[in-house]
Design a binder for this molecule. Sequence first.
Ligand SMILES: [Zn+2]
Ligand SMILES: [Zn+2]
Length: 275
Amino acid sequence: MDLYDQHVHSRHSFDSQADPGANVDRAIACGLAGLTFTEHFDTHPDDWTGCTYDDEAYSATISRLRTDFGDAVFIGKGIEVCYQPDRMDFVLDFLQRHDFDMVMLSVHYFGSLAVYRRENWTGLDTVTGTRSYLETVLDAARFCQRLHQTHGRVFDVLGHLDLVKRYTQRFFDAYDISRFDDLLDEILRTCIAADLVPEVNTSTLRQELAEPMPDADTVTRYARLGGETMSLGSDAHRPEDVGAGFEWAATMLRKAGFHHTSIFKERRQVMIPID
Ligand SMILES: [Zn+2]
Ligand SMILES: [Zn+2]
């Protein structure tokens, strides 16, 4: 079974020190068929000054790794774009002028506030904050759907669609996504309409939660709504986390009725059997 990790950070992201070559070594060591780097592209005014994205340096790294590792493993150049409604014209212009294998859209904000900053939860309870986050994710998916109608597929993968639960768990020691099934279903239906592949992000499995983002229940409902494929991502910021939890996640996908994951090469979708 070929597994690909399509969510990996290295020192080309502001929050990682990982040596990109060490990430590739790790992917090979744990038997992955490939990995795609997804360095952060954060353009919110609060984050933009700290965004270290440098396409020239990043592209040079990818070229060097491809030369060094040859056919041993697929090495993709991706990007993790943070959804910022006011910045999307800038983002779209940037994407048009640069080449990627895969473009991921991720929501790290609820409304105009970062979900990962404790101070932004002042006055919010977990239910209100969770709803606000998922509504922002729905906005992001609808944005992709509108874009798809006029420009074709601009974003390939929707990252960690219920990320908010990591922070309710961290800040309030509680998470409850299940009460938002209707909102989650609307997000998933919009993904299908937008030709946007949702990710199974395994990073929470090695943190505070016992489930990936999203969990088995959401994944199963996605299959029932007509979803055919998902993307696997570890969200590794350290080499040792590349590919972590993937056998478990692949089993979860099979149980939910999926036969394929999806990867992207030069923006073309490739279905990878997981049976
Ligand atoms: Zn992210
Ligand atoms: Zn990430």
